[in-house]
Design a protein around this ligand. Structure first.
Ligand code: SF4
Ligand code: SF4
Length: 233
């Protein structure tokens, strides 16, 4: 039987772009996508986004989380998700005078737009592989300028962080499994807090990021070596 992921894969597969291919796009910098983020298109952040923003603003990752982010519970994954905080008027809290105040270090999802990216787990290598596609969008952008996918990714060094994102996804995978494994409310609360801490908060912007994610992954694996909660008899 086909899983939801198979269908998603099949649907997107037809539209995946190779890095040598081109699309047509020119942002007119109207700022509308930062002023009026549709509710269903929340920008979900990873520790890479938090790290880049913290270094750019020279504040701690915990301060970025507290000032510029919100946390929502994930659906199927049961994980905490960190999203960009919106002001009451619906604008992103990084937007000032119509400009993104962290433009050079903006979240990867913002930097990649109108490209979207999806990661599939390769069952053979056990690694996540990234696939790029063109988001369906309607905005004030012009479609008069050809852009190569690779050049678009290079503008913000997107691929520099690929290994960090792969590790973060593995960390999320372990935390999600444990969330599903938790039986009691107490276990769920404990795991939710642990997941938030390891996935987003336990990072120092002044240290290299990749070893910190590796450390957090190793920690959760050592806490629950069987991938499950120890049961009390
Ligand atoms: S982070 Fe910057 S680019 Fe992204 S929505 Fe906010 S203001 Fe816009
Ligand atoms: S043209 Fe589109 S992508 Fe560019 S700022 Fe406006 S809404 Fe955002």
């Amino acid at each position: 039987m086909k899983t939801k992921r198979d269908y998603q894969h099949t649907r997107l597969d037809q539209n995946f772009l190779s890095k040598d291919s081109s699309f047509r796009f020119r942002c007119t910098e109207c700022g509308e996508c930062c002023r009026n983020v549709p509710r269903e298109d929340k920008i979900i952040l990873s520790p890479v986004d938090l790290y880049r923003a913290a270094r750019y603003m020279d504040i701690s990752i915990q301060e970025v989380l507290g000032t510029y982010c919100d946390m929502i519970p994930g659906g199927e994954s049961m994980l905490p998700l960190v999203i960009l905080k919106e002001r009451l008027d619906g604008s992103c809290s990084f937007l000032k005078k119509g400009k993104c105040t962290i433009h050079e270090a903006k979240p990867l999802a913002c930097a990649m737009f109108p490209l979207g990216r999806i990661a599939f787990l390769n069952d053979v290598t056990g690694e996540h592989e990234f696939h790029y596609y063109l988001e369906e969008f309607q905005c004030a952008a012009e479609k008069d300028t050809p852009v190569r996918v690779q050049e678009w990714l290079d503008r913000f060094d997107i691929e520099t962080y690929d290994e960090c994102i792969r590790l973060y996804k593995r960390l999320g995978g372990v935390c999600s499994r444990l969330m599903h494994e938790a039986k009691t409310l107490e276990e769920r609360q404990e795991m939710f807090q642990t997941a938030f801490f390891l996935m987003y908060a336990k990072y120092d912007k002044d240290q290299p990021l990749q070893p910190q994610i590796e450390q957090n992954l190793a920690f959760i694996q050592s806490m629950y070596p069987d991938g499950s909660f120890p049961r009390k008899n």
